[in-house]
Design a protein around this ligand. Structure first.
Ligand code: PMP
Length: 368
């Protein structure tokens, strides 16, 4: 027998677990990871090249450890788009919002501490909790995937978690969480502990509604997490960030690795920020395509969860994995998130979305 992972002295809570990962399959139409389908515009590619060339000359030195120029640029973007003044002291950046979440859990969670999320939701909240030794509680959600505030408050009062996650728009379901619900959860979390409430706004730019950023006023235990992976179309860049009270920004610096954000990453993200308007131009197009997917799927008789994101949850299937396979056999990769009866499709280019709608039209006979 060959030596395997089970023969290593890995931590008990990691035994028998699988790593996170959507299949990276080589198929013509890939609509499974909520990426932006449009490559970066050529003038931006040029600007990135210039900025990175400049950065390359100084790669003998460590990068700006506090990423001040980048955090200033991100603060300007937030101030402009969310209509709420934010300064660099309110912003922290890391390698993707996954790392932001990890740093938050290292700071506010950890062994002997507890985090809660309302599932189905972004599965990495639970996985990063596990990875940081934080006990994970799966909180309730209604049948229609909305959060039942009374039940959620009860769960918070009962478990007294140290960290509360709210994803809006939610992944994989697509629906947004109303501001009143987030406020209710925040109140419950402060009464119970007090604890940190992390609002994951990875998809907020695609929402019909507004960012909850203005709620930061007077709420030092609230954190808004964001990413350049979706609306900015820069998933390969790995740049996530948070906005919060300056004390939160100071606190996460206790756990961040020194020089965690490379000079190349900082240079690339700064170039992307210079082209914010061009990049966000695609957001409107993707929102229209998302709405076309919703209408198209409903027209074919599928159930569709209301979507404020760049993806759509659709069903219901007696066997969602068989339906996933069937769509894949027709050349389109969507996501089976393990929500029984449902699948998720990311809004792609108009041609990709047509290919997807053709595939589900052809396989309609399989719908339960
Ligand atoms: N939050 C949510 C809700 C997500 O869906 C994702 C990506 N799938 C992330 C955070 C992480 O994104 P990234 O690390 O690329 O910023």
């Amino acid at each position: 027998m060959s030596f395997g992972i089970d023969d290593l002295p890995v931590r008990d809570e990691l035994r028998g677990k699988s790593p996170y990962g959507a299949p990276q399959l080589d198929v013509p139409v890939r609509l499974n990871t909520n990426e932006n389908p449009y490559p970066l515009p050529e003038p931006l590619v040029e600007r990135i090249t210039e900025r990175v060339r400049e950065a390359a000359r100084n790669l003998n030195r460590y990068p700006d450890r506090d990423a001040v120029e980048l955090r200033t640029g991100l603060a300007e973007y937030l101030t402009k788009t969310a209509g709420h003044p934010v300064g660099p002291e309110n912003v922290w950046a890391a390698n993707g919002s996954n790392e932001v979440i990890q740093q938050l859990l290292q700071t506010f969670g950890g062994p002997g501490r507890t985090a809660i999320g309302f599932e189905p939701s972004y599965s990495m909240h639970a996985l990063i909790s596990r990875g940081t030794g934080t006990h994970w509680i799966s909180g309730p959600r209604n049948e229609d995937f909305t959060i039942d505030l009374a039940a959620a408050r009860e769960a918070i009062a009962g478990h007294r978690p140290d960290v509360v996650f709210v994803t809006t728009p939610n992944n994989p379901t697509g629906n947004a969480v109303p501001a009143e619900t987030v406020l209710g959860l925040y109140e419950a979390a402060q009464a119970a502990k007090p604890s940190m409430v992390v609002v994951d706004e990875a998809y907020i730019e695609f929402s019909h509604g507004r960012s909850l950023l203005p709620l930061l006023d007077g709420r030092p235990n609230l954190v808004i997490s964001r990413t350049m992976s979706k609306a900015f179309g820069a998933a390969g860049l790995r740049l996530g960030y948070l906005a919060a009270h300056p004390a939160v920004v100071e606190a996460v610096q206790l756990v961040r690795l020194p020089y965690h954000l490379s000079a190349v990453t900082q240079a690339t993200a700064l170039a992307a920020l210079e082209h914010t308007d061009t990049l966000l131009k695609y957001v409107e197009q993707l929102k229209a395509e998302r709405d076309r997917l919703v209408d198209g799927l409903r027209g074919l008789g599928y159930d569709v969860t209301e979507s404020d994101a760049n993806f759509v949850q659709f069903g219901r299937f007696e066997d969602s994995h068989a339906a996933w396979r069937d769509i894949l056999d027709r050349g389109v990769l969507v996501r089976d998130n393990g929500v029984p009866g449902w699948l998720r499709v990311t809004a792609g280019t108009p041609a990709e979305n047509d290919a997807f709608l053709d595939a589900v039209r052809e396989m309609q006979s399989l719908v339960g």
